[in-house]
Design a protein around this ligand. Structure first.
Ligand code: ZN
Length: 160
């Protein structure tokens, strides 16, 4: 490896480590949903290196089909920064956002989206239209196995 490649590799490694760290925080949120018998999806929003919002799915508790983890986290983050745009923020969510949440990140001009498990049935990427904001960077499948396991366990419990 030459000396120029090393700093880039290091910064990629740092980003990967940070992504895993924040995804673990999102998984903790998902666990709260799981314990409350909600579909276990959790989200955190990071600005700089700080978590400015945490949320988990609360559709059952609030009896509100829009109370997805991402929607609640976006609202909390906007309240935190006192503005409607999150172009300097990263949303970490354990499951690929649905079309509603993907659309909400568009309106918020989200800077970066990082998700864990793919949602092949309801994920935003299953529709042909580009839902996300063109400036939103996307990283997929961070701690994908953990996120998938949590969801699988939940749906197994529902069936038994
Ligand atoms: Zn959603």
């Amino acid at each position: 490896m030459n000396n120029l490649a090393r700093p880039r590799l290091l910064s990629q490694l740092m980003i990967q480590l940070a992504d895993e760290y924040f995804m673990r925080e999102a998984l903790k949120e998902a666990k709260k949903a799981y314990e409350a018998k909600e579909v276990p999806v959790g989200a955190v929003i990071v600005s700089g290196r700080h978590i400015i919002a945490r949320a988990h799915n609360q559709v059952e508790r609030l009896q509100d089909t829009t109370a997805h983890a991402e929607m609640l986290a976006l609202t909390a983050a906007c309240n935190h920064i006192g503005g409607k745009y999150l172009s300097a923020c990263t949303l970490y969510v354990t499951l690929e956002p649905c079309c509603m949440c993907g659309g909400a990140t568009y309106w918020a001009q989200l800077g970066r989206l990082v998700f864990g498990a793919y949602d092949p049935r309801r994920g935003y990427s299953t529709v042909a239209t580009q839902l996300l904001h063109p400036r939103t960077e996307v990283t997929t499948a961070v701690l994908c196995e953990e996120a998938t396991q949590q969801l699988t366990r939940f749906f197994q419990c529902l069936r038994s």
